[in-house]
Design a protein around this ligand. Structure first.
Ligand code: 3H9
Length: 654
C-alpha cells in the first residue's frame, strides 16, 4: 500500500506532503508516514522541512473513525514530539481548515504560515473531547491562557488574521502556498533561523480567578458536559506545571473523554449529521436546478426568518404579503432582527445592510414569475395552502421549485393543487428560522429527484442541517412531539406539577421543559388544531383537558402573560396556584388519584414516548435511519447533544 505521506527534496528543502482525501485526517497511515518522513529528513541533505497538504485542506484532525477501535501506533503525541525535536527547522504551511490534531501538528512545527483564507482551531469539545496531542499545552504558551480558554472551550475556528494576531501563526502568505512556503523556508535557512519549540515557552501570567470564572461560566453554557471542564484543568496545568506534566494530564483526560458516553454520543451525531444529507437511491450526480432567486409567501415571523436565511447566503428574496401594511410590518421585523445581529456582533453594519438589501417586498404574485424557488409560509390552514399553490402554479415559470413550510400538513395533497406535483416539496424551517439549524425536507410521493437533490444542496448553502422526511402528520419532529406532549399531560394529572416536569427535563439536559415549550409556542395553536380533528385523531381526552381549560380561561401561554405558568415582565415563568387547581380539577374529572412522581419516572416516561414514536417513524420508512431522528431532535428541539439524540440514547441505554 502506498503511503498517504510523500517526502521529497526540493533543493535544500525537504517537503513532507500529506494526500489523504477527503480532509487529510490523521489515520494510522498518515501518522506513520509523517513519522517516517520526519525521521528520514533528520539525516538527509535537507536544511529545513515544510509540512503541507494536498487537496482541499491541511489536516482537519485525528481520524474520528479510528476512535474506540483500540490503540494503533504510532500515537499522535509521539509523532508530534518527533516533529518538534527535529534538529532542522520545520515549517507548517496551512490552507483550508487546520483543525484538532491537524492544528496540533502545526503547533508542534517550529514556524507556521497560512494562506489568508485558512482557518485554524481546536474543535474537539464539539465531539465531547479535549485536544489530545498537546493543544491545551502549546496554545497557552503561544497565545496566553485567556486566549487558549476561549479558543479551546468554544471549539470555534478562527481565521488566519486572528491566528496571526494571537501569535498562533507567524505569517500570512499570498499566491501559491507550496511556492510561498518553500521560499520562506529558504529565507529562514539563509538567515540561520533556529528551531523554536513551543513546548519550551512559559505561559504569560494570568488573572488569579481566570480559571474559576471559566469553570462557572462553562457549568452554565455547557451544562453537564465533562470535556469543557477538563479543558480548563489542562490549561491551568499549562500555567502551573512543566510541559511534560501538563501533557500527561491532557493525555489522561483525553482518553477519559474519548471513552465517555458523552463523546460517543457527540461523535455519533457528527457522522449522523453528514449521513442525513444522503438519500438512498438518489444518485450523487443527480442534476441540480439553478437557484439564484427566492420567493416567499407570507411575511410573518417565519417568512421573515426564512427570507433572512437566504439573504445571509447572498441569494435575493422577494417576499409577498397581502397588503402594503402587512408587508411593512414584515419588513420592519426583518430590520429589527438585522439591527439585533449587528448589536450582538454577529454581523458588521455593512454586512447586515448588504443582506437586507437583498430582500424586497411585493403584494402581487406576478413578482414571482421569474424566481427559481418559492417557499410558502402562510398559516397552518390546509385550504389556504392549497389556494396559494394553485396561484403559484399559474404564475411561476416552468421548472421553478414550489416548497411549503408546513409543519404538519399533507405535502402530497398540497402538491395536487398544482399541475406539477413533481416540483413540489416540503421545506420545514424551525423558528427563529434565521438562527435554527434544522431544515426538515419533506419528500412528497411525486417529488422529482432533481428537486430533492437541489433542495439538499441549497440547505448546505444556507448553512442548515437537512434531514429528509416522508409525508405524515407532523413529519419526524412534530409527530414525535405529540406523544411527548401527551405524556406530559398524563404526568400532570397523575401528580406532577408543571415546574417539576420542566425542571426534571431541563436538569436532564433538554433546553426547555415541555410545558414551557407549550407556553412559548402558544396553547391556542394546539387548541385550534384540535378543533379540526376528529375525536379519534384527538386521542385520549386526558392528554389535552388541562390545556383546553387553560385556553378557555384566556391563558394562551407567554403571549397572554399566562399559560401553564404566569410570566413576569422579563418573561420568567412563575408557578401559579390557579393552574394547580385546574390540574386537580381535571384529574378529579377522570377519577385519577394523584401521587408523588419521581424525576426519574418523569424523564423516563417522556423520553420513552419520543423513542416509541421514533421507532414507528422508522418502521414506516418516514425517516431513513435512526441517526436522522437524532439530528432532528438535537438541532430542532433542544435535545442535549451530549446524549446523542433520542434514538442513540435509547440504544446506548439498552
Ligand atoms: C482530534 O483531532 C483529536 C486530537 O486532538 C487528538 C488525537 C490524539 N475524521 O464535514 P464534511 C469526513 S478530534 C474522519 O462533509 P466540509 C466526513 O465524515 C478531530 N473523517 O466536509 C465526511 O465524510 P463523508 C478534530 C472525517 O467541507 C468528509 O470527511 N477535528 C473527519 O463541510 C467531508 O466532511 C474535527 O473535529 C475526521 N476528523 O467540512 C474536524 N472530518 O463524505 C471535523 C471530516 O463520507 N471535521 N471527515 O460523509 C469538520 O469539521 C469538517 O469535516 C471540515 C470539512 C470543516 C473539516
Amino acid at each position: 500500500m502506498t503511503s498517504p505521506v510523500d517526502y521529497r527534496l526540493e533543493g535544500e528543502i525537504g517537503v513532507i506532503s500529506v494526500d489523504h482525501p477527503p480532509v487529510n485526517a490523521l489515520s494510522q497511515a498518515v501518522r506513520q508516514g509523517l513519522l517516517d518522513a520526519i525521521t528520514a529528513a533528520q539525516t538527509d541533505a535537507s536544511k529545513a522541512l515544510v509540512i503541507l497538504c494536498e487537496g482541499r485542506t491541511f489536516i482537519a484532525g485525528a481520524d474520528i473513525t479510528e476512535f474506540g477501535k483500540g490503540p494503533m501506533t504510532p500515537y499522535l503525541p509521539d509523532v508530534l514530539d518527533t516533529i518538534e525535536a527535529s534538529v532542522k527547522p520545520v515549517i507548517a504551511a496551512l490552507h483550508g481548515t487546520a483543525l484538532g490534531g491537524g492544528f496540533e501538528t502545526a503547533l508542534a512545527a517550529h514556524y507556521r504560515c497560512a494562506v489568508e483564507s485558512a482557518k485554524v482551531g481546536l474543535p474537539e469539545v464539539k465531539l465531547g473531547l479535549i485536544p489530545g496531542a498537546g493543544g491545551t499545552q502549546r496554545v497557552p504558551r503561544l497565545a496566553g491562557a485567556a486566549a487558549a480558554l476561549d479558543l479551546i472551550t468554544s471549539g470555534a475556528p478562527i481565521d488566519a488574521a486572528k491566528a496571526l494576531q494571537l501569535g498562533l501563526i507567524d505569517k500570512i502568505v499570498d499566491g501559491d502556498l507550496h511556492d510561498a512556503a518553500i521560499a520562506w523556508a529558504e529565507e529562514l535557512v539563509a538567515d540561520g533561523a533556529p528551531v523554536r519549540r513551543s513546548s519550551e515557552l512559559t505561559v504569560p501570567d494570568v488573572e488569579p480567578d481566570l480559571f474559576d470564572q471559566y469553570r462557572a461560566q462553562l457549568s452554565k453554557r455547557a451544562r453537564g458536559q465533562i470535556a469543557p471542564q477538563h479543558i480548563v484543568t489542562c490549561i491551568e496545568a499549562a500555567v502551573n506545571s512543566p510541559f511534560a506534566e501538563g501533557r500527561a494530564i491532557e493525555r489522561e483526560l483525553f482518553i477519559e473523554c474519548m471513552q465517555s458516553p458523552q463523546s460517543i454520543a457527540m461523535r455519533h451525531l457528527f457522522f449522523a449529521e453528514r449521513e442525513a444529507a444522503k438519500v438512498a437511491g438518489l444518485p450523487k450526480d443527480t442534476p441540480l436546478r439553478a437557484i439564484d432567486s427566492i420567493g416567499i409567501i407570507g411575511g410573518g415571523t417565519m417568512g421573515g426568518g426564512i427570507a433572512m436565511s437566504f439573504a445571509n447566503a447572498g441569494i435575493p428574496v422577494t417576499m409577498i404579503e397581502i397588503s402594503d401594511a402587512a408587508l411593512d410590518r414584515g419588513l420592519s421585523i426583518i430590520d429589527k432582527n438585522y439591527a439585533g445581529s449587528v448589536k450582538r456582533g454577529k454581523l458588521t453594519e455593512d454586512a447586515a445592510a448588504n443582506c437586507r438589501a437583498l430582500i424586497k417586498g411585493a403584494t402581487d404574485y406576478a413578482a414571482l414569475a421569474d424566481v427559481d424557488l418559492v417557499i410558502e409560509a402562510v398559516f397552518e390552514d390546509p385550504d389556504l395552502k392549497k389556494t396559494v399553490f394553485g396561484q403559484l402554479d399559474e404564475v411561476c415559470k416552468p421548472g421553478a421549485i414550489l416548497a411549503t413550510n408546513t409543519s404538519y400538513q399533507d405535502v402530497d395533497q398540497i402538491a395536487l393543487a398544482t399541475r406539477r406535483p413533481e416540483d413540489v416539496i416540503g421545506m420545514h424551517f424551525f423558528s427563529p428560522a434565521h438562527i435554527m439549524k434544522l431544515l426538515e425536507i419533506v419528500r412528497g410521493e411525486k417529488t422529482a429527484d432533481d428537486v430533492l437533490a437541489t433542495v439538499l444542496r441549497l440547505a448546505k448553502k444556507i448553512r442548515k442541517v437537512p434531514v429528509v422526511s416522508g409525508v405524515c402528520y407532523g413529519f419526524i419532529g412534530n409527530r414525535m412531539l405529540r406523544p411527548y406532549g401527551k405524556q406530559s399531560q398524563l404526568l400532570l394529572l397523575e401528580g406532577a406539577t408543571p415546574e417539576q416536569i420542566d425542571n426534571a427535563m431541563q436538569d436532564w439536559g433538554m433546553a426547555m421543559g415541555p410545558l414551557r415549550v407549550f407556553d412559548l409556542a402558544g396553547l391556542d395553536v394546539g387548541y385550534k388544531a384540535r378543533q379540526a380533528l376528529s375525536d379519534a385523531m384527538k386521542g385520549d381526552p386526558q392528554t389535552y383537558r388541562v390545556p383546553d381549560l387553560l385556553v378557555e380561561m384566556g391563558r394562551l401561554g407567554q403571549k397572554s402573560g399566562a399559560g401553564f405558568y404566569t410570566y413576569d415582565d422579563k418573561r420568567q415563568p412563575i408557578p401559579d396556584p390557579a393552574v394547580a387547581e385546574i390540574i386537580e380539577r381535571a384529574a378529579g374529572e377522570f377519577g385519577i388519584e394523584r401521587r408523588e412522581l419521581s424525576d426519574e419516572e418523569i424523564v423516563d416516561r417522556l423520553i420513552s414516548a419520543l423513542v416509541d414514536e421514533g421507532r414507528k417513524i422508522l418502521d414506516e420508512g418516514i425517516a431513513q435511519r435512526s441517526g436522522d431522528i437524532d439530528v432532528v431532535y438535537v438541532y430542532g428541539y433542544g435535545f442535549p447533544v451530549s446524549r446523542g439524540g433520542p434514538m442513540h440514547y435509547a440504544d446506548s441505554s439498552g
